[in-house]
Design a protein around this ligand. Structure first.
Ligand code: TXA
Ligand code: MG
Length: 334
């Protein structure tokens, strides 16, 4: 159980988990193959700094239909279009000077901008709304792929709808292996939680999903960010999401001892900052919010697969730097 909690980087390994899809460490040949698949309407999973994305040609109705089908995602949920350059924004969205400033400061990086869509952007991308989500990911492989492809790739996280997001190529192969033409292996994701989503469709910018870029950072560029709900549909922000199969409870440190007395500790794992009392299996939580975020989905997946009946997760501390982690854990345990 839990013998590989910390990742290692496979640099030249070709992974084959018995499915027809291989996760490959990419060279130019494989990138060309990936682009060919995308042009033919197939799906290619690729690494980003946040999580692995399931890529499809964002201009192709049939590729998008396949994307929604494979993910098991309701069709009114919009997808983020990934770009190789801020210069591509104007192909997808109406001009907004705030987007230029934000892209200059935070792209490539974990920030998605919601803007008014340009005419012609497919309803499958926008969920039928007048807006489109755009992001330039900070991963060399993703950027090479996008540059070679030459236009936007729709890419939700490469997991089935409502399940735990993937931060390793192996996670994608395991979850979607049969249905993806190719999984590009760019190693473990460095940020580990999805991008911050910032809605710029009204006067006030509003954060729809906390992520790798914090409100404080955004405030250095824009003043007056609102955290409130907006009436804008960002359905990935459902109360229950990112959910493991094993029962998970998010619990305050002060409640942990009492909870451990009520349950069968031999079938319980505890993910906490300090060792729990008694014999439950302990997964130490990282004190650094960046490390915690980087390993969050990896740890959830490992715990989920280790045969426990219950996973107790200590609530991360308050504070903005923990916001994205608290958000994902709240949804995973909802
Ligand atoms: O970090 C990320 O953003 C990752 C990587 C792969 O780039 N992608 C990702 O995609 O998390 P996905 O589909 O799992 O989550 C995208 C979120 C959803 O909550 C979706 O509703 C929201 O973005 N979204 C996309 N376009 C939108 C729009 N036009 N208006 C409001 N929300 C939008
Ligand atoms: Mg997702």
């Amino acid at each position: 159980m839990l013998d590989r909690l910390y990742w290692t980087r496979n640099t030249r390994q070709v992974l084959d988990h018995g499915s027809s899809t291989k996760a490959v460490v990419s060279n130019e040949l494989q990138l060309e193959e990936a682009v060919n698949h995308l042009r033919n309407g197939a799906l290619v999973a690729f690494p980003t700094e946040t999580v692995y994305g399931l890529g499809a040609d964002a201009r192709s109705e049939s590729a998008l239909a396949k994307l929604f089908q494979v993910k098991g995602r309701p069709t009114d949920h919009p997808v983020i279009v990934h770009l190789a350059s801020p210069d591509w924004i104007s192909r997808w969205a109406l001009p907004d000077p705030r987007a230029v400033l934000l892209a200059e400061r935070f792209w490539p990086g974990p920030l998605t901008l919601i803007l008014q869509r340009k005419p012609g952007v497919l309803d499958a991308v926008t969920g039928g709304q007048d807006t489109v989500g755009l992001r330039m990911p900070d991963h060399p492989l993703a950027l090479r792929l996008l540059t070679l492809f030459g236009d936007g790739l729709a890419a939700p996280s490469a997991n089935r709808f409502g399940k735990v997001s993937p931060t390793r190529a192996q996670h994608v192969v395991r979850d979607l292996g049969e249905e993806v033409a190719l999984v590009l292996d760019g190693g473990p994701c460095s940020v580990g939680v999805e991008s911050t989503i910032l809605d710029l469709t009204s006067q006030e910018a509003k954060i729809l999903r906390p992520g790798g870029v914090t409100a404080q950072q955004l405030n250095q560029v824009l003043h007056g960010i609102d955290y409130g709900s907006t009436g804008v549909r960002a359905p990935g922000t459902l109360a229950s999401h990112y959910a493991p199969t094993t029962r998970c409870e998010l619990i305050a440190k002060s409640q942990l001892s009492r909870r451990l007395q009520e349950i069968d500790v031999s079938k319980t794992a505890v993910w906490s900052f300090e060792p729990p009392p008694g014999p439950a299996h302990w997964l130490p939580a990282a004190g650094d919010p960046k490390i915690y975020a980087r390993d969050l989905y990896y740890n959830l997946r490992e715990l989920d697969q280790s045969g426990y009946e219950l996973i107790l997760i200590e609530e991360p501390p308050d504070g903005e730097e923990w916001l994205a982690c608290r958000d994902r854990l709240n949804r995973a345990t909802a």
